[in-house]
Ligand binder design. Structure first.
Ligand code: ADP
Length: 481
């Protein structure tokens, strides 16, 4: 029942409008018809009542002389024609002390009234008196007077069957009118709600088509009411969106073209810089060797500095190449065993791990859907950072774990390193952003930007939790199989 009410009252606007108008109509009509039937009912009752009184009054007036002369036969004759009166149950003439002088029923004359209703007449004041008024019968009496002296009563009982029948008829008619009005009202409500909401449905269907990509469809605005105005505004809004969208698409196209060109430029530049950098290092080292002992302290330091700078440049060039290569490859998603990825990353980092005596621990690692080569780079970068950013006098301890989170696996790489101030959490994932000088912690500032790109290319997210001096936890998610 509750569900049905919710369905009727909380569904579409059309249904709500229909129900509202129909309900108000039904309530108003029901009250109107009930009032009408009530009035009719009391009118009919009053009519019966008046009729009964006027009958007794006539009977009282006609029987005065017969009562005075104590002519019972004359009284009987007077009552006889009354028996034919429709719905008359009884009529009688009583003496002032309660003796029945004449009665429409035979054999009653001569008796004295004794029932509690009738004996009320013995003490009643000499004026028209109502004895019984029920839906079945009206019993009234009028006094028979001679110069204001009471000499008897004329009394009749009128059945109410006819007025009951009439009342029933009026009630049934009322109900039929109510039903008819409700049906008409509901049809009217339906027609009105349809008219009002058809414009809204039109807008909704245009909005649906627009969101599905149809940019040419517009709402019909031929109505002259508020919905018509709404449709005009709605169409203007769609025009503006379509224009903005096409502008945006053109800007995006231009942007992605220039991005591709820039990346290609960086790639070619880095690629072409590899060889001269390598030669620079090689020839400076040869020069230093050839000059050997004859080289002064200052010159030797300068040559070492040139070699150091060239080596840094070499790492930069290598990392830029790696970054631009990764950006170009969307990567083929495959079933990748993270245990296997970790083993590969640890093998690549073998030298650093044993040099720093780092302890790496990990539990069971799952399979994920990603690009294997890129994941090795990701894990390798995070572990090598974890080792690099741990003070020299501390043994690095790194833990790798995974937990399921809906459709993803969430991995964490925890270290006991120098930690990161939370204000730099976003900065460190940007290209070339570093929190330390090259002398204190060597690096290019590309590692975490590369990690972010790899995770995002594989449909995941990467973030960090840390505090200065309290180690760091790097998290990343990858789509589960
Ligand atoms: P690089 O390692 O070459 O400096 P990254 O992009 O890998 O560049 O890292 C950016 C910066 O983030 C680092 O310079 C360092 O300050 C900070 N960082 C990265 N990993 C860690 C870590 N495990 N602990 C503390 N700081 C870190």
């Amino acid at each position: 029942m509750k569900k049905f009410l919710v369905f009727l009252l909380k569904g579409s606007i059309r249904r709500q409008l229909m129900m509202g108008v129909a309900l108000v109509h039904a309530v108003l009509m029901t009250f109107f018809v009930l009032d009408l039937v009530g009035r009719q009912r009391s009118f009919l009752q009053e009519q019966r009542y008046d009729q009964a009184f006027s009958l007794t009054k006539t009977l009282a007036a006609n029987s005065t002389s017969w009562v005075l002369s104590d002519d019972l036969v004359g009284l009987e004759e007077l009552l006889k024609p009354m028996s034919d009166y429709p719905e008359l149950r009884y009529a009688m003439v009583l003496s002032d002390d309660g003796q029945v002088l004449a009665h429409t029923k035979t054999g009653v004359a001569g008796r004295y009234i004794a029932d509690s209703v009738s004996t009320r007449l013995l003490i009643a004041p000499p004026k028209p008196t109502e004895l019984v008024n029920t839906p079945e019968i009206v019993d009234v009496a009028s006094p028979i007077l001679i110069d204001d002296r009471l000499i008897g009563w004329a009394r009749i009982g009128l059945g109410q069957e006819a007025s009951g029948r009439e009342l029933r008829l009026v009630t049934i008619e009322g109900l039929i009118y109510t039903l008819f009005a409700i049906v008409l009202g509901t049809l009217f409500a339906f027609w009105m709600a349809r008219g009002l909401t058809s414009g809204l449905y039109g807008l909704k269907s245009v909005a649906d088509s627009f969101s599905k990509g149809d940019r040419d469809l517009r709402a019909s605005s031929d109505r002259h009411d508020e919905i018509g105005e709404l449709a005009i505004g709605f169409n203007q809004m769609l025009d503006a969106i379509a224009i903005n969208e096409s502008d945006l698409r053109q800007t995006l196209d231009a942007l992605s073209r220039s991005n591709v060109e820039l990346e290609r430029f960086a790639h070619i530049a880095a690629h072409d810089l590899q060889e001269p950098t390598r030669s620079l290092i090689l020839h400076t080292q040869l020069l230093k060797k050839r000059l050997g002992e004859g080289l002064g302290d200052e010159d030797s330091k300068s040559l070492d500095y040139i070699i150091q700078c060239a080596q840094h440049m070499q790492s930069l060039v290598r990392d830029i190449l790696l970054f631009s290569r990764t950006s170009h490859t969307q990567g083929l998603l495959e079933d990748v065993d993270m245990q296997d990825v970790l083993t590969m990353a640890l093998t690549n980092l073998d030298l650093t791990i044993s040099e720093r005596e780092a302890v790496i621990s990990y539990g069971d690692l799952p399979h994920v859907s990603a690009n294997r080569g890129q994941l090795i780079l990701l894990v390798q970068n995070l572990i090598s950072n974890a080792i690099k950013f741990t003070s020299r006098d501390v043994k690095p301890r790194i833990a790798i774990s995974a937990r399921r989170d809906g459709e993803f696996w969430e991995f964490s790489v925890t270290d006991n390193g120098i930690g990161i101030d939370p204000q730099y959490f976003n900065l460190i994932f940007q290209l070339f952003k570093r929190l330390h000088t090259h002398d204190s912690y060597p690096g290019t500032g590309i590692g975490l930007a590369l990690c972010k790109r790899i995770v995002e290319l594989n449909g995941g997210k990467i973030w960090v939790h840390s505090e200065s001096g309290k180690g760091s936890v790097f998290y990343f998610t990858l789509r589960a199989l």
